[in-house]
Design a protein around this ligand. Structure first.
Ligand code: ZN
Length: 240
């Protein structure tokens, strides 16, 4: 049962509250079950095609090369919810057509998966209770800009949740914790690993290689899991 709390952004009457641990557990379960069905075992990285399959498995349609410039120059993904139809995930053609941007394509696909899986019911409720003109006025779309694909302020809860899911799908928590645990026991490291240390650089590199993600995505994920600590960052003021 999803816990619902008031939505101070006013977008919905109430919004879902998920802890990091809840999102981690659900995402890891989804990915492990999916990969086991496909390969008979769990192996990383999950491929880019498989990320698209995960979206379709949730009952959404995927168009992976769309001109999204009408939403703004920095928009890389949009998930549109239309009453009575499958949600439609649209990925910017700028990502799809440029092989050098594959890591961004991967984080965007897994971010939009987050909207479909964790936010679809909200739009369904809203569309069911509003008249057609009101729905048109509020636009039932999650519009995702480049700078919040991985990490948004927690006050922007919808983007924050989708960003967290992006990391949790690409780099499932249990698997990443094992990788870091193995590294630490091999190198006899105890206690917190500072973001600026050599060990942190080695771990970011290992996560990049093992999960086919950008350096930034690996760093954000290791920090989010508390496996690296950034001594220079202020503590977070907001709850998820
Ligand atoms: Zn988004």
């Amino acid at each position: 049962m999803v816990r619902m709390i008031p939505d101070p952004t006013g977008r919905f009457p109430r919004r879902p509250f998920y802890t990091e641990g809840e999102l981690d557990r659900e995402c890891e379960q989804i990915v492990r079950a999916f990969l086991t069905r496909r390969h008979g075992s769990v192996r990383f990285p999950i491929t880019t095609d498989e990320l698209g399959m995960l979206i379709e498995q949730e009952g959404a349609d995927l168009d992976s090369s769309v001109d999204l410039s009408r939403y703004g120059a920095d928009v890389e993904g949009v998930t549109a919810f239309v009453d009575g139809r499958h949600p439609l995930v649209m990925i910017s053609d700028k990502l799809a057509e440029d092989g050098r941007r594959e890591n961004r394509l991967r984080t965007t696909l897994s971010h939009e998966f987050g909207h479909v899986r964790f936010h679809r019911f909200l739009w369904a409720d809203k569309l069911a209770t509003q008249d057609l003109f009101a729905v048109r006025a509020t636009s039932a779309e999650a519009v995702c800009k480049r700078e919040t694909i991985l990490n948004a302020r927690k006050t922007d809860w919808m983007e924050w949740q989708a960003g967290y899911v992006s990391g949790a799908i690409l780099m499932p928590a249990g698997a990443v914790r094992r990788l870091v645990g193995d590294y630490c026991s091999t190198h006899r490291i105890h206690g917190a690993i500072a973001l600026t240390s050599d060990a942190a650089r080695a771990l970011v590199d290992a996560v990049q290689q093992g999960y086919q993600v950008s350096e930034e995505a690996a760093r954000v994920r290791l920090l989010a899991l508390g496996l690296l600590v950034d001594g220079s960052a202020p503590p977070s003021l907001f709850s998820p």
